[in-house]
Design a protein around this ligand. Sequence first.
Ligand code: NAP
Length: 246
Amino acid sequence: MVLLGKLAIVTGAGSGIGRATCRVLARDGARVIAADRNLRAAEQTAKDIGIDHVVALELDVASLESVTKAVAASIAQFKQPPSIVVNSAGITRDGYLLKLTEKDYDDVYKVNLKGTFLMAQQFARAMIEHHVRNGSIINISSIVARISNPGQANYAATKAGVISLTEIAAKEFGKFGIRVNAILPGFINTPMVEVVPDKVKEDVLRRCPMGRLGRPEEIAEVIAFLASEKASYVNGSAIEVTGGLK
Ligand code: NAP
C-alpha cells in the first residue's frame, strides 16, 4: 500500500492505459479521481474498481475552463488537490503530411500537448497553494516521439513536445517538491491501437524484441512507481516502456 493516503487524478481514465492506471493506483492505496471527457466511460472505470476507491469526473483536458473546474471539484470533495497527476488523455488522427487537415493537426495538439500543459500548470499551482509536498506529475508521451512514424507527424510532434514540457516543468517545479516525469510507451494493446492497420502492427511485432504488444497494466505499474516515494529522486526523466522497440 505504498500510495496509502494519497489522492490521484488520472485523465483518459475511461479507457486503456488510464483505466489500468486507476486500477493499479487504487490497488496501491490511493484514492483516485478517474477523469475523462467521456463521463460514462469514467463511471464504468469507477464501478469496475469500486466507488470507495475511485470517483468519476467529466473533464476535457483541452479546455482551461474544464481543467480549472476539475481542480475546484477535487478540492471541494477532498479538501486538497491531488498530489499525483497522470496525464493519459490522448488521441491520434493519423495522415500523411501532404494530406493532413488543419483540423486533425489542431485536435491532436489541443488534447495531447495543450491538455498536458493545462493539467500540469493548473494542478501544480493548486499543489503549491495548498502546500502539498511530494507531488508527482506523470505525462504519457510515446516512443513515436523518438521513432517518428510516417503518417503521424501531428501525433509525434505533440509527444515530442510532451517530453520537452516534462523536462522544463521538472526544472521549474522541483523547488516546490513536485517531480515531473514522462513515460514513452511502445505499442500497447488498447482501443487506440485497434485502429492501427494489421500491416503496421506486424511490422511493430517484428521490430519488438519481446515480440508482442504491451499490456496497459505494464505501463500502469511504471506510473505507480513514479507516483510513489520509491521514485523520490526521479525527476525530469523520459522512461521508455516498449519491450525494447526502437
Ligand atoms: P485510449 O484507450 O484511446 O484512451 C484514451 C482516453 O482518453 C479515452 O477514454 C478518450 O476518450 C480520452 N480522451 C480523449 N480526449 C480527451 C480529452 N480532451 N479530455 C479527456 N479525456 C480525453 O488510449 P490509450 O492507448 O489508453 O492511450 C493513453 C495515452 O497513452 C495517450 O496519451 C496515448 O497517446 C499514449 N500512448 C498510447 C500508446 C498505445 O499503444 N496504446 C502508445 C504510446 C502512447 P474518447 O474515447 O472519447 O476519445
